[in-house]
Ligand binder design. Structure first.
Ligand code: FRU
Length: 501
């Protein structure tokens, strides 16, 4: 039996998805079936497929009472929509089903662990969709299903405020990320706000995924990076422990962190017995404009793959809210730790979409260059740039999504060793952030390596073998599909470009 709210959402999405033409959506980035999408939720492998759920409000292209949308894929690039998985419809989640995660229970059951947002007086509100209010309480809930239909656990919540140590906020307690241990037990990390008003990550343990115990405060922010830490993820990778989280209200710091909603990767040591993580290094996960709240999975072949919300809370005006869909996910990115830093690279599945190779080696030029066959809006392109004379080399720019009026670009400034991504000329009418800069290694002076993945409405740039990534969305007309290269000083470049199908 499904609730009225879920039934309405499923009927609505089935009816209104038809207003969105396929060519008006990204080709291989997941977008909402209709309406609004934010964080990736429940990214998991179950019953032979990758599952991606997402924060979803089908009825408008703006944030509203949160449902979970649902899609499945064999390659994390081509997604098939399934009916909305859960809607706010019980006492524990009447205000919204906020972010969470999913796990294969190993016995044919797929478990969702999510944040229910609730308020006193369920009977008064049953079947209504409520707006979030600042006094609403956040608790953790379970729904179990077969990969399509999910039943909420009768006695949700499974983790409530009474389990929190003194000083932990009941109002900011969300986004559980669950994983199963090799002995069959479960752990989850949850974002929380302690008395100092900043963030912390709590660790819980469970024998069966349903009955949970508080284990420890995994790590405290202590007002170092933003305030509340949202959407944590915690895993071991290449012999290091890695915590990913998305802090709110960041204050800009050098070129590493920007103000507003940010992303944070801490690498350090984990004392499993005590449940304590101590960070040794910190960095942004991403250096572009549109990236937030990523979630990872461990694939069957042992890869740690991450997908993020390809949007930022600060730049919602990039798109007109009267359009029938808003929000996209990034491509899947394979993570690694090298020399104490997090690297990311397009997952190998992207390569199987490549067609139509165009290749140039050792092209020498200065000023502006266009190359035959190098254009398009669904592109995977690798570029290597070597200056012919380092002393007179000022830098290098790639312009894409270009026509007579518009372009978006990545610009390397050789004198400062910085990379800028810039969509100031991509036709956006909103007064939003259009540029971002990050520092890159000095070795890029003699050889700069870039890989750029373009889809209809986005660009993802991987610098220096994935040492840094910069992502933006852009909504220029698809006919703006030129690509050009601009060099200050004579350079010698290699370009290998594929179309992505
Ligand atoms: C992050 C976030 C989460 C929350 C969800 C609500 O973008 O604020 O913390 O669960 O979005 O939609």
């Amino acid at each position: 039996m499904i609730s009225n709210n879920l039934r309405k959402a499923r009927e609505y999405e089935e009816k209104y998805e038809t207003v969105i033409k396929e060519e008006d959506r990204p080709a291989f980035h997941l977008s909402p079936r209709v309406g609004w999408m934010n964080d990736p939720n429940g990214f998991s492998f179950f019953d032979g497929k990758y599952h991606m759920f997402y924060q979803y409000y089908p009825y408008e292209s703006k944030w509203g009472p949160m449902h979970w949308g649902h899609a499945v894929s064999e390659d994390m690039l081509h997604w098939k929509y399934l009916p909305a998985a859960i809607a706010p419809d019980t006492e524990a989640d009447m205000v919204g089903c906020f972010s969470g995660s999913a796990v294969d229970m190993g016995d044919g059951r797929h478990m969702l662990l999510y944040t229910g947002v609730t308020r006193e007086g369920f009977e008064d509100y049953r079947d209504k969709l409520l707006g979030y209010e600042s006094g609403d309480i956040q608790i953790q809930c379970v729904a179990i299903g077969d990969g399509v239909n999910y039943t909420k656990y009768d006695t949700n919540p499974v983790i409530d405020s009474s389990m929190l140590p003194d000083g932990c906020s009941k109002l900011d307690f969300r986004d559980p990320k669950v994983w199963k241990n090799s002995d069959g037990t479960y752990n989850c990390v949850v974002g929380n706000r302690p008395a100092d008003g900043s963030g912390q990550i709590l660790l819980f343990t469970s024998a069966d995924g349903i009955k949970w115990n508080f284990k420890s405060i995994l790590i405290k922010n202590e007002c170092r990076y933003g305030t509340m830490w949202e959407c944590p993820d915690f895993f071991e990778l290449d012999g290091e422990w890695v915590l990913l989280t998305s802090p709110t209200e960041m204050v800009a710091s050098g070129l590493e962190y920007c103000s507003g909603s940010g992303t944070l990767c801490l690498i350090g040591d984990y004392d499993e017995t005590a449940g304590k993580f101590t960070d040794r290094s910190n960095q942004s996960i991403e250096y572009g404009i549109d990236f937030y709240a990523p979630q990872t999975i461990l694939t069957a072949d042992g890869r740690r793959v991450m997908i993020g919300w390809m949007q930022s809370w600060g730049t919602l005006d990039i798109k007109d809210s009267s359009e029938p869909w808003f929000g996209q996910m990034t491509i899947p990115r394979e993570l690694s730790v090298k020399n104490g830093r997090l690297y990311q690279w397009p997952a190998k599945e992207v390569e199987s979409m490549r067609t139509g190779k165009t290749e140039y080696r050792g092209v020498s030029f200065e000023d502006i260059l266009k190359l035959d066959g190098v254009s398009g809006r669904q592109v995977d392109m690798e570029v290597v740039v070597r200056p012919e004379d380092i002393d007179s080399y000022g830098g290098f720019e790639i312009r894409f999504a270009q026509d007579d009026n518009f372009y978006t670009s990545v610009i390397y400034d050789a004198s400062d060793s910085v990379m800028k991504i810039d969509r100031s000329h991509s036709g956006c009418r909103g007064d939003i952030t259009n540029q971002r800069i990050c520092s890159i290694g000095s070795e890029c002076l003699s050889e700069l390596k870039l890989r750029i993945i373009l889809d209809r409405f986005s660009a993802e740039v991987f610098i220096n073998g994935g040492e840094k990534a910069m992502t933006i969305t852009m909504y220029t007309e698809q006919s703006a599909d030129d690509i050009s290269f601009v060099a200050s000083g004579r350079v010698n470049i290699d370009v290998v470009k594929y179309d992505l199908k």
